[in-house]
Write a protein that binds this ligand. Structure first.
Ligand SMILES: *[C@@H]1O[C@H](CO)[C@@H](O)[C@H](O)[C@H]1NC(C)=O
Length: 338
C-alpha cells in the first residue's frame, strides 16, 4: 500500500472512529482508563498486523495525539519512528514514553497525571501494510458536587463560584465532569456554574419543577451567562484525596471555633466540603455523625444507607449552616500528605 493510500485510509478510519465516539458510551476500539491525580497510567494500544508480516518496528510510525472530550482541541503527545526516535510534545514532554512490552505493543505510559490530561488519546500506527487507530479515554477520578454557601441559593457570580470551589479544596467542574456525574446518577434541581461559563443542572428523574415531567433526562442548559452579574450555585469537582479525612474522636459537642481548634490540636485542619465528598465517593467513607466543616456547614457522609442515616440513598447530607456558637456537633478533620 502506498504511503498516500495508507494516509487516506487512516484519515477515513479516524473520522469514523470520531463520529462513533460522539456521545456513545464505548465501542470496540475505544477504552476507558481511570487514573487518580498524581499517578502513572498506561494507555493501551495493540498493533494489529493484518497481513501477518512482522518487520518489528522497522518503518513503523507510532503517533499519539490527544483530543479534548468535546474534540475542539487537538494536541500532539508523542511520535516514534521505527522505534528509534521518540519525541514528546508540549505539556507531555518528559512525561510520556512507549511501554514496548513486545513488538505489537504501542501502549503509552503517562506519568504524573493531572486534571488537564483528561481527554481522548488517539493511538495511530502507520506502516506500509497496516494502519490502526485506537481511542483511549482518560478520566481522572473525582467527584462532582453542587455547592451553595451560607448565604443561600443563587448567590454566586462566576468569580465567586471559582473562589467557593477553591475554598472546598476543589475546582469548578467542567461540562465533561458534570456529564459523567449525570451518567453516574447525579440529579440536582438547582442550576450551577461550570468552568466554561455556562450554567446547567443534571436531571436523571424528570419532574415538574426541574424542566418538566415530560422532558427527557439530561443536562438542562441555561447557556453562557454574564460572569459578573448572573448569580447561581456552582458545581465543584474534587479529585482523589491527598491526605487523611477523619472524624475526630473526642468527648464533647463543639462550637465552630472549638472545632477548628480541636483539629489543629490533632495536627490537622478542619476538613473542607470537597474532602468530605472525595472521602465519601472515592473511599467509601461512612459516618452517621453530624460534624462541622471549614465553610461553617454541618454535614455527614453516608455510603451505606440505613435507618436514620440517609435511608434511601448514599449521599453527603447537609444539616445546614447553623449558628456557629451552637455546641451541638462534632468535627471532621483533614491531615494533608507531607
Ligand atoms: C511514576 O513514574 C516515575 C518515572 O518512572 C517515577 O519516578 C514515579 O515514582 C512514578 N510515580 C508513581 C506514583 O508511581
Amino acid at each position: 500500500m502506498s504511503t498516500l493510500l495508507s494516509l487516506v485510509l487512516s484519515l477515513t478510519l479516524a473520522s469514523s472512529v470520531y463520529s462513533d465516539t460522539n456521545g456513545a458510551a464505548s465501542q470496540s476500539s475505544e477504552n476507558r482508563v481511570f487514573a487518580s491525580h498524581g499517578s502513572n497510567v498506561t494507555l493501551p494500544c495493540r498493533i494489529h498486523r493484518e497481513y501477518g508480516v512482522n518487520f518489528g518496528r522497522l518503518g513503523m510510525k507510532i503517533k499519539w495525539t490527544k483530543m479534548s472530550m468535546d474534540e475542539s482541541v487537538e494536541e500532539d503527545v508523542l511520535e516514534s519512528m521505527g522505534g528509534l526516535h521518540e519525541n514528546s510534545y508540549g505539556s507531555f514532554q518528559g512525561r510520556v514514553h512507549l511501554l514496548e512490552e513486545d513488538d505489537d505493543d504501542a501502549s503509552l505510559i503517562l506519568t504524573d497525571v493531572s486534571q488537564d490530561d483528561v481527554g481522548k488519546f488517539i493511538c495511530e500506527v502507520i506502516d506500509g501494510f497496516d494502519d490502526n487507530i485506537h481511542v483511549v479515554i482518560l478520566e481522572v477520578q473525582g467527584v462532582v458536587f453542587p455547592y451553595s454557601p451560607r448565604l443561600g441559593r443563587y448567590n454566586l457570580n462566576f468569580h465567586d463560584a471559582e473562589q467557593a470551589c477553591l475554598g472546598q479544596d476543589a475546582t469548578v467542574a467542567s461540562f465533561d465532569q458534570l456529564y459523567e456525574a449525570w451518567r453516574g446518577g447525579l440529579d440536582w434541581c438547582n442550576a450551577g456554574w461550570l468552568s466554561d461559563g455556562t450554567v446547567q443542572y443534571p436531571i436523571t428523574n424528570p419532574r415538574g419543577p426541574c424542566g418538566g415531567a415530560n422532558s427527557v433526562a439530561g443536562l438542562r442548559n441555561y447557556g453562557q451567562r454574564d460572569k459578573s452579574s448572573s448569580r447561581f450555585d456552582v458545581f465543584c469537582f474534587s479529585g482523589a484525596l491527598r491526605g487523611e479525612f477523619y472524624w475526630l474522636v473526642q468527648p464533647n459537642r463543639l462550637t465552630f471555633a472549638e472545632a477548628v481548634l480541636a483539629c489543629q490540636d490533632d495536627g490537622a485542619e478542619i476538613a473542607k466540603v470537597g474532602q468530605m465528598y472525595a472521602a465519601w465517593k472515592l473511599n467509601g467513607y461512612d459516618r452517621c455523625d453530624s460534624g462541622w466543616l471549614a465553610d461553617g456547614s454541618v454535614r455527614y457522609p453516608i455510603s451505606r444507607p440505613r435507618k436514620n442515616c440517609s435511608p434511601t440513598e448514599a449521599a453527603v447530607r447537609l444539616v445546614g449552616f447553623p449558628d456557629k456558637k451552637q455546641k451541638l456537633y462534632g468535627v471532621y478533620c483533614f491531615k494533608g500528605q507531607q
